[in-house]
Design a protein around this ligand. Structure first.
Ligand code: ADP
Length: 483
C-alpha cells in the first residue's frame, strides 16, 4: 500500500501550528510501521532553507489556471523513516516570506496558491511511480483534491484512481472564497451547487473535500461528534451528519523522539518522573528569560499558542486578572490577532514582575516553557485535538483545559478518576470558570505529593503515534477493500 499525503505545512520544513507536527509525525510513524509513504507540500522559501538534501525529480509541468499557464516542478528529499518528501516548486506562488500571510494580512491569492497545490497533487498522484493507492489530504488547502480525483475517475480517464481521505484539523477554516474562485479549479460548473461545493454563494474548499472524499477523519473522537452539531459545525454540520458513518475521530499522537525531557537539546537540564530536580532548573531558566524573580516557591502558570479567540485568550486574560491577586507568575508565548496581542502586553504592563509576555514564534522557547511551567493553560473554546496539552503532560506540567474536543479525550480530571488524574478540566468558556480551575490548581500546588501524583500520571500517559497509526492503516485497508 502506497499512501500520498498532501499538506500545506510539514514539520520540520514549514509550520504555523499543529497541522505541520501532525503530518510530519504521522508520515514518519506510518513509514516506520511499514507503509509506503510519500508527502507532497509546497516548496516555500522557508522550506527551501530547511531542506538540506533536495534532489530534482526532473519533472516539470504546466497547469492552466484561468487565462494563464503556471509552470511547476517537483523536488524530493528522504525523511527520517524513509518516507518520501516531495516538494512542489512554483516560485511566484510559494517563494515568499510567509506561509499564508505577511504582516498579518493573508495573501490575496491564497485561493490560487492552494488550488495550484491541489491540482499539482492530482497530477502527481496520477503519474507517480509507484502509483499511490490512497491520497490523504489535510484541511481546506487540499480540499479540492478529492473532487479532482473523483472527476477524472467518473470521466473514465483515470480508471484505477486512488481512494481519498480528508482529515479535518480545524473545521473553522472553511477555505471560503468568492464564486469567481471556481474558475481556477478547471472543473465544470456542474459541481457548483449547495449539495456540492457552493457555500453561501461562494466556494468552500473544505466543504468540497467533505462532500467528495471517500473517507473523513478528524483529530479526536470527541471533536468528531461535536462537529455534527450546530454549536461546533461551522454551518457544515448537515453534511457531516449525513456522512457520519464515513467520519471517524483519531486522536493525534506525539513524536516523543522530539518532545521528551530526557534527551532534548532545547532544555538546560533533563528529568524524568523519578526526579523533578531538572524540572526545577528548567523553571528557573524560564523565569530568568522572562525577567521574573527566580523563585521556586511561586507557582508558574503559562501558555504557548496562537493568540486567537478560539484559544480563549480573551477570557484567560480576565481570569488572570483575578488570580494574579495571589502569589503566582504567568508567562506567555504566542502570536496572533492584534487585539489579543495587545491584551497580553497590557496584562504584563499591569503586573510587572509577575507576568512575562513574548509575542513571536519560537519553537525552542516553546519546549523550555512546556518544561519550566508548573501548570499549562489551554482554555480553548473549541479544540480539534490540541498538541500542547499532550506535550505538557509528557513534560510533567499538568494542563488546565476547557473540557472540549481533544482536550476532553486526553486530560483526566480528578473528579472523573482521582487515581489517574493528570490535569484540571472546566466547562464554561468564562473568566470565572477558568479562575476557579486555576484556584483548584493552587490547592494541588499546596500539596507537593498530590502535585507529584498529577505529574507522574501525565508523564506515564502514552500518546505515542504507535497507538494511533494502526487506526489509519485499518482505514486505508477498508477503503481499498471497497473495490
Ligand atoms: P493549533 O494547531 O490550533 O495552533 P495545537 O496545540 O494543535 O494548536 O498545535 C500548536 C503547535 O504550534 C504546537 O507544536 C505549538 O508548540 C506550536 N506553537 C504555537 N504557537 C507557537 C509559538 N508562538 N512559538 C512556537 N511554537 C508555537
Amino acid at each position: 500500500m502506497h499512501v500520498l499525503h498532501v499538506t500545506s505545512e510539514l514539520h520540520p520544513f514549514s509550520k504555523t501550528g499543529g497541522l505541520a507536527d501532525m503530518v510530519g509525525a504521522l508520515a514518519k510513524a506510518l513509514a516506520h510501521s511499514g507503509t509506503q509513504i510519500s508527502v507532497l507540500t509546497p516548496l516555500y522559501r522557508v522550506a527551501r532553507q530547511r531542506a538540506t538534501d533536495l534532489r530534482s525529480l526532473n519533472w516539470r509541468f504546466e497547469i492552466r489556471i484561468g487565462a494563464r499557464n503556471y509552470e511547476g516542478a517537483f523536488w524530493e528529499q528522504r525523511g527520517l523513516a524513509g518516507e518520501r518528501i516531495l516538494f512542489v516548486q512554483q516560485d511566484e506562488l510559494y517563494d515568499r516570506p510567509g506561509i499564508y500571510e505577511e504582516n498579518k494580512q493573508p495573501y490575496p491569492d491564497n485561493d490560487l496558491r492552494f488550488v495550484f497545490l491541489s491540482r499539482a497533487a492530482a497530477l502527481l498522484a496520477r503519474h507517480l511511480n509507484p502509483a499511490p493507492s490512497v491520497v490523504h489530504c489535510h484541511d481546506w488547502q487540499t480540499g479540492l483534491v478529492p473532487l479532482l480525483i473523483h472527476h477524472e475517475r467518473e470521466a473514465g480517464v483515470w480508471p484505477f484512481a486512488p481512494r481519498t481521505v480528508l482529515t479535518i484539523h480545524n473545521l473553522a477554516y472553511l477555505g471560503y472564497f468568492p464564486a469567481s474562485t471556481w474558475a481556477l479549479t478547471g472543473l465544470p460548473l456542474d459541481y457548483f451547487h449547495p449539495e456540492a461545493c457552493e457555500f453561501w454563494a461562494g466556494v468552500s474548499l473544505l466543504k468540497t473535500g467533505l462532500v467528495f472524499a471517500d473517507a473523513l477523519t478528524t483529530v479526536s473522537p470527541h471533536y468528531a461528534v461535536e462537529i455534527t452539531t450546530p454549536e461546533y459545525g461551522c454551518g457544515l454540520e448537515g453534511i457531516l451528519m449525513r456522512r457520519r458513518s464515513d467520519l471517524r475521530g483519531i486522536l493525534n499522537g506525539v513524536d516523543y523522539s522530539e518532545w521528551n525531557t530526557i534527551s532534548n537539546p532545547y532544555l538546560s537540564a533533563g528529568y524524568d518522573a523519578s526526579n523533578f530536580s531538572g524540572k526545577a532548573a528548567c523553571k528557573a531558566v524560564v523565569q530568568g528569560e522572562y525577567g521574573l524573580p527566580q523563585r521556586a516557591d511561586v507557582p508558574l502558570f503559562g501558555t504557548v499558542g496562537r493568540l486567537d479567540p478560539q484559544k480563549g485568550v480573551d477570557f484567560m486574560v480576565g481570569a488572570l486578572e483575578q488570580v494574579l491577586q495571589e502569589d503566582i507568575q504567568f508567562v506567555q508565548l504566542g502570536t496572533g490577532v492584534a487585539w489579543l496581542e495587545n491584551a497580553c502586553r497590557a496584562l504584563a504592563h499591569r503586573h510587572p514582575g509577575k507576568v512575562g509576555v513574548r509575542i513571536g514564534f519560537d519553537p525552542a522557547l516553546a519546549h523550555r516553557i512546556e518544561a519550566g511551567l508548573d501548570f499549562f493553560l489551554m482554555p480553548s473554546r473549541f479544540e480539534p485535538c490540541g498538541l500542547n496539552q499532550l506535550y505538557s503532560l509528557r513534560y510533567g506540567t499538568p494542563p488546565i483545559v476547557r473540557d472540549t474536543g481533544g482536550l476532553h479525550d486526553s486530560v483526566v480530571d480528578p473528579r472523573d478518576d482521582p487515581g489517574g488524574a493528570t490535569g484540571i478540566k472546566f466547562q464554561d468558556p468564562s473568566s470565572s470558570a477558568l479562575a476557579h480551575a486555576m484556584r483548584k490548581a493552587l490547592a494541588v500546588w499546596a500539596e507537593p505529593e498530590l502535585l507529584a501524583h498529577f505529574r507522574r500520571n501525565g508523564m506515564a500517559a502514552d500518546f505515542s503515534w504507535n497507538r494511533f497509526t494502526t487506526q489509519y492503516v485499518e482505514l486505508y485497508g477498508s477503503l481499498l477493500g471497497r473495490g
